[in-house]
Ligand binder design. Sequence first.
Ligand code: G6P
Ligand code: MG
Length: 226
Amino acid sequence: MQESIQSLVPKVQIKACLFDLDGVLVDTAAYHYQAWRRLAQTMNFDFTEKQNEQLKGISRMESLNKILTWGKVQKTEPEKEELAALKNTWYVEMISKMTPAEVLPGAVEFLSALHKNGYQLVLGSASKNSGMILDKTNLAHFFDAVVDGNMVTKSKPEPEVFLKGAALLSLKPAVCVVFEDAAAGIEAAKRAGMKAVGIGKKEILNKADLVVSGLNKLTIKDLENL
Ligand code: G6P
Ligand code: MG
């Protein structure tokens, strides 16, 4: 009898779920890669998908600096601003055409289930384009709070984005879980003192508490067992 009553009581250990955007909820990682490659090619070099992995989760300028290093190209600060703006123009061209059909498998179902079960939802992304992507894909209404690239000064693997998200909801990091596709994002979550679920490959996301290939592989039960 007692056991059945207990099983009716929801476990409230995790109270909030913080989601990265690019590569977790939507496949914009592919658009970032396309736009950066196009920029590199204007400077007569290219970079691999493996190198691109290092760009996931980090800011626009940090990405550009890495790419210029790979291409052994030196640019002044004003030139870098121009290059980053050019890449962003191409990127925005692509994301402005996004539709809800581009939300990754299982994302809407998982967000809905979390919402129904009383979890608070936060977006924690390094992207300054988060607002547009959330609008185009019809995901904005799920979130209780949004922290994006316009609101942070230190990007992942620094924990700032996630700590700000928890603070906006007045929650302690220990009751938060982060969903991330980037190694830098998993590190940021762990540095913030949060649980981390990796979305992608185990080899890349080995510091996460759990790794799955997509949100379609997760249930609420998985959160209770973290
Ligand atoms: C995300 C992506 C990164 C990207 C960053 C900034 O974190 O994973 O690859 O560099 O956002 O995006 P933005 O849209 O501001 O250029
Ligand atoms: Mg990401």
